[in-house]
Design a protein around this ligand. Structure first.
Ligand code: AP5
Length: 215
C-alpha cells in the first residue's frame, strides 16, 4: 500500500509516518529528511538548498523529483511507501504519477492532516528531534524523557531545526497555501483524498489513519 501524508508544516506528517514504519513495515520517503541529510553531509546539492530551506522556500521540483525517483527503485520487501512532504506542487504530483506508473505501483490513499494555523505555530515552536534516530518530541505534548535520553534509541543528542523560527514558518505556511494546497483538489478529483482531524491526540490521529488503511 502506498500513501501520501499531506498537510502544512507541523501537521504531524513525520510523527505519523514514523509510527507506520514501526507498525506496518512501510518505508518513509520524507524529502525534508533527505534534503537535511544532504545539507548536513555537505554535498554539492545540500549546499545549494541550505539557504532555500532556512528561508522556508520550496526547493526546485527537479531536485526533489530526482530524490524520490532514486528511492522508488527500492526493491526490498516492505509494506509500501509513505510519501511525507512530497509532492508539494502540481508538477511534483504529476511526476509522481508517472514514476509510480513506470515502476508498476499505484497510490492507495492521500491522507490530509487538518490542523489550524495557531496549533501549527505552537507545535513548531515546541518541536525537538533526537539527533541520532530522528524521534520527534514536543516540549508540551511529548516532552523529552526526564533522564535526558531518547526513549527510542537512548542517545542524548536533541536538536531543533534551523527553519523552526517564526519568519521561516510564516514563509513555509505561505508556500503551503499557494503551492501545495491545490493538491487537495487534484487528489479529490482522483478519488484518493481522505481527511483526518490532525488536532486530535497523536494516538487518536494514528487510529484514524489505521482505520483508513484497514478499510
Ligand atoms: P519538511 O521537513 O517536509 O517540513 P514541513 O513540511 O514543514 O513539515 P514538518 O516536518 O515541519 O512537520 P510535520 O508535519 O512532519 O510535523 P511533525 O510530525 O514533526 O520540509 C522542510 C523544508 O524542506 C521545506 O520548507 C522545503 O524547503 C524543503 N522541502 C521538503 N520537501 C520538499 C518538496 N517536496 N518540494 C520542495 N521543497 C521541499 O510534528 C510537529 C510537532 O508537533 C512535533 O513536535 C510533534 O511532536 C507535535 N505533534 C505531532 N502530532 C501532534 C498531535 N496530534 N498533537 C499534538 N502534537 C503533535
Amino acid at each position: 500500500m502506498n500513501i501520501i501524508l499531506l498537510g502544512p508544516p507541523g501537521a504531524g506528517k513525520g510523527t505519523q509516518a514514523r509510527h507506520l514504519v514501526e507498525t506496518r513495515n512501510m518505508v518513509q520517503l520524507s524529502t525534508g529528511d533527505m534534503l537535511r541529510e544532504a545539507k548536513d553531509s555537505g554535498t554539492e546539492m545540500g549546499n545549494m538548498v541550505a539557504d532555500v530551506m532556512a528561508r522556508g522556500d520550496l526547493v526546485t521540483d527537479e531536485i526533489v523529483i530526482g530524490l524520490i525517483r532514486e528511492k522508488l527503485e527500492d526493491t526490498t520487501e516492505h509494506g509500501g511507501f509513505i510519501f511525507d512532504g512530497f509532492p508539494r506542487t502540481l508538477a511534483q504530483a504529476t511526476a509522481l504519477d508517472e514514476l509510480l506508473k513506470a515502476t508498476g505501483k499505484t497510490l492507495d490513499h492521500v491522507i490530509e492532516l487538518r490542523v489550524n494555523d495557531d496549533a501549527l505555530v505552537k507545535r513548531i515552536a515546541g518541536r525537538s528531534t533526537c539527533g541520532n534516530c530522528g524521534e520527534v518530541y514536543h516540549d508540551v505534548t511529548k516532552p523529552q524523557p526526564a533522564d535526558g535520553k531518547c526513549s527510542k534509541c537512548g542517545a542524548s543528542d536533541f536538536k531543533r531545526r534551523a527553519d523552526d523560527n517564526e519568519e521561516s514558518l510564516r514563509n513555509r505556511l505561505m508556500e503551503y497555501y499557494k503551492k501545495t494546497s491545490p493538491l487537495l483538489g487534484y487528489y479529490y478529483a482522483h478519488d484518493l483524498l481522505k481527511r483526518v482531524d490532525g488536532l486530535a491526540d497523536i494516538n487518536v490521529v494514528q487510529a484514524s489513519i489505521e482505520a483508513i488503511l484497514d478499510a
